[in-house]
Design a protein around this ligand. Sequence first.
Ligand SMILES: [Mn+2]
Length: 321
Amino acid sequence: MKVRVFFHGKCFDGTASAALFSRFYRERIHPDAEFQFTGLVHRAGALFNEADFDGDENAIVDFKYSSSPRITWWFDHHQSAFLSPEDAQHYRDGDKGQKFFDPDFKSCTKFLAQIAASKFGFDTRPVSELIEWADIIDGAQFKSPQEAVEMAHPAMKLTMAIESTNDPEFLPRLIPYLVSEPLASVIQESFVAAVIPPLLARHLKSIEILRQRSECRQGTIYFDVSDQELEGYNKFIPYFLHPESVYSVGLSSSSFRVKVAVGSNPWTHKQDMVNLAKICERYGGGGHARVGAISFPPDKGDLARKAAAEIVAELRASESK
Ligand SMILES: [Mn+2]
């Protein structure tokens, strides 16, 4: 019995969902199942290759819906789960006994745990640590900026390893450990332990660079690290360094873009926040009310810097009203 599991790759919640699905399936559906795990990423063009749906069962977790008849299980919690109105209609008209969607859940892992327990009698207690941390990480439900950046908990170290890996073997190898050992033991497995020290060093260096480069005035942090190799820095660092802040505007760059990140402090008590998606949309970007971004071509750093300066001025003015 071959079961192929497609999951949101480079994502703690996606990886944890794949692990949880495999444990649930083996305990409650088919004890002899053999799993093959395939990470998927968001990109322009087709997300799925129908020929890859080659298991006796094929599951998708924490990723978009596919109307392929070969997909027999699906769990997702993303607002934008359907690629087209036709896909949404296909889901609504289909058999929902093994396909589940609820955008109110903060993590797919917790959603899957709840369905597996309530509808299939799965015991979630042995994997409660994994479920709890997937919900904290995917929902940005950290108690404090310290907890979000200090990387103390094994789940945070695993998140760093999962988000940064470029080795296609790493996540399929990691997944079975996530549901068979405490996370503190998982990070001591040699193939995991080997990747963590350089990632921690890079993380600490990024905190030091942001400490030197960021300044907070009138509630808004501004920084420009577009001359550094820092794409993918932990987005909570600015609020850790400036806990009194309300907003942050930061420039960073990679080979394919210069990015203006516009965010707000998850721990602020301020009311009547400015809608950041609306600001970003004015410059061709987008996002959510509390966090957004604008991407510029790599040779348009000057335009990005000008946009960032205007946004900083607007946000600071909103605070002095
Ligand atoms: Mn998720």
